[in-house]
Design a protein around this ligand. Structure first.
Ligand code: F6P
Length: 508
């Protein structure tokens, strides 16, 4: 069956750019986080439309900057502006102080506030209104993430009956956690207004279905191999899991650029005669940064031969800086880095190099290339694309990935990575020592397997799987897409998608 879509229409809380006042003028900079990383290359290839919030920028200043962006980029963005109160209650409040911690199993951080919920409902309605103004009959409408769970139900109220797809980038919690939410009924019913619901992992998909079964007793569930079908009155909702990924080639070829090689060389030359361990995260309590610092400290305590011979480079990308829990976390991390460095540093060697900043593209790739070990240990994470970027950029295969079992990526990386429990200090310390001592042959064998996985299941295949699930009545055999030759199939995936969105370009 051929798809009918002509345009990919993405709706997410944020646009891939953030408008900000830099002290002198309004500027736009690229956004951060997994959603933007994954969707930007897809949007560039498919030339779609992206609706979202452009960040805290004045409307008058944004218009010109966004127009300029639209002219330079192959895709278009349309803004949804938020008032200061909406940012406070919908974004900082309900999205990031209720849903975010609850869905990451961190109930202790949750705040339940009825005013915040009300604003969340209102802002979701506003997104739906903007979508309704822009919609064309052959759009593939794809709504993203926890900030916009209610958009489908508002679109239905606005008499939009086009099929709607939704992807949740963060985990979906167990019934035990979800039922604490005072607005659980509203949210679960609103999610059932989508036609396809995508989750990152099988566990998330199962958690969701368990919640539906418990909270909407009339739903009839049919479990299929790749998807589940939820029958609810006249409606059938398809539910699947689609692990998100990256543009493998963008990182793999980027890591070969001479500027990257030079920057990587300088980085390691400045920290010579030691192995470098890398952590890169948005500032977030789900990322397990204090636990990581404590584990690194424990490794230095337990294995004295690591002292002077290993350094942790931790890059923290500023994020959600107005949420009090994030401010407290920053202070804790500052204190811990100071404690470990005060305790172990000696002339010519500092254990933790900690930077609170974003990296530009060259520096990001240089960090991936220069570091012998990546230490990625979230307490809970939907997927974690940093782990995938590290593998794609490790072109000489000489790198070890230590990965938390609670990152969605662990499902795919069990064979090549050293999998750790971020709550197990001793186990994490041992993993660092194991990675440090791993011989070249084993490093390369593991990294080859990891790179092959990221290369094969790249972000274009993720889109393809999602689209296929949307348009097919019966799921295809799992083995079909995986059997193709990697390089060839990646090109074919993109062509397929370009063909779907631009029927005139269909290959004969
Ligand atoms: O990937 C999860 C996510 O919350 C995205 O939805 C979001 O854009 C990103 O992380 C960064 O968070 P924020 O938009 O709050 O800065």
């Amino acid at each position: 069956m051929k798809a009918q879509w002509e345009r990919l229409f993405v709706i997410s809380n944020r646009l891939p750019i953030v408008g900000e006042w830099d002290g002198q003028e309004w500027r736009i900079r690229p956004g951060s986080g997994g959603l933007v990383t994954a969707l930007t290359p897809v949007m560039k290839k498919t030339r779609g439309l992206w609706v979202g919030w452009p960040g805290p920028i004045e409307e008058s200043a944004a218009a010109g900057l966004l127009e300029d962006f639209n002219q330079k980029q192959p895709f278009n963005v349309t803004p949804v502006y938020l008032t200061t109160d909406e940012v406070e209650r919908y974004y900082r409040g309900f999205a990031n102080e209720t849903i975010w911690p609850l869905f990451h199993d961190l109930l202790g951080y949750c705040k339940f506030d009825a005013e915040n919920w009300k604003t969340y409902v209102d802002v979701n309605r506003r997104f739906a209104e903007v979508v309704a103004e822009q919609i064309r009959p052959k759009d593939f409408l794809w709504i993203h993430d926890y900030q916009l769970m209610l958009v489908a139900s508002h679109l239905r109220e606005l008499n939009i009956h086009q099929p709607l797809a939704y992807f949740l980038h963060i985990p979906f919690p167990t019934l035990d956690l979800f039922r604490r939410l005072p607005w659980k009924q509203e949210i679960i019913h609103a999610l059932m207004e989508y036609d396809l619901l995508g989750f990152q992992t099988l566990r998330d998909r199962r958690n969701f279905i368990q919640c539906v079964k418990a909270l909407i007793p009339d739903v009839w569930v049919t479990i299929k191999r790749r998807h589940s079908l939820l029958q609810y009155g006249e409606r059938t909702v398809k539910v699947g899991h689609f692990p998100i990924s990256i543009d493998f080639n963008e990182f793999s070829t980027g890591a070969r650029m001479p500027e990257v090689a030079d920057a990587a060389w300088y980085l390691h030359e400045n920290l010579s005669s030691r192995q470098l361990v890398l952590g890169i995260d948005r500032l977030d309590y789900t990322k397990g940064i204090p636990e990581r610092f404590r584990a690194f400290e424990r490794a230095l305590e337990k294995y004295p031969d690591l002292r002077g011979n290993i350094s942790l480079i931790q890059v923290i990308i500023p994020s959600r800086t107005h949420v009090p829990d994030y401010q407290n976390l920053k202070e804790l991390i500052d204190r811990l880095a100071g404690r470990v460095n005060g305790r172990f540093s000696k002339h010519g060697w500092v254990p933790i190099h900690y930077m609170y900043t974003s990296l530009d593209r060259i520096q990001l790739l240089a960090h991936y290339k220069a570091c012998e070990i990546a230490f990625i240990t979230p307490l809970r994470d939907g997927m974690n694309l940093i782990a995938k970027e590290y593998c794609a950029s490790t072109i000489d295969n000489n790198g070890v990935l230590i990965l938390s079992e609670f990152a969605g990526a662990a499902d795919q990386f069990a064979r090549g990575a050293i999998i750790v429990n971020p709550f197990d200090l001793e186990g994490m310390a041992d993993a660092i020592y194991g990675a440090y001592n791993m011989d070249l042959e084993e490093r390369q064998r593991r990294m080859r397997a990891l790179r092959a996985e990221v290369k094969r299941n790249n972000v274009y295949r993720w889109v393809e799987w999602f689209l296929r699930a949307f348009q097919e009545d019966e799921p295809r055999q799992e083995s079909t897409p995986l059997e193709k030759e990697d390089e060839q199939s990646e090109v074919m995936d993109i062509r397929l998608w370009m063909g779907l969105t631009h029927p005139s370009q269909n290959a004969p």
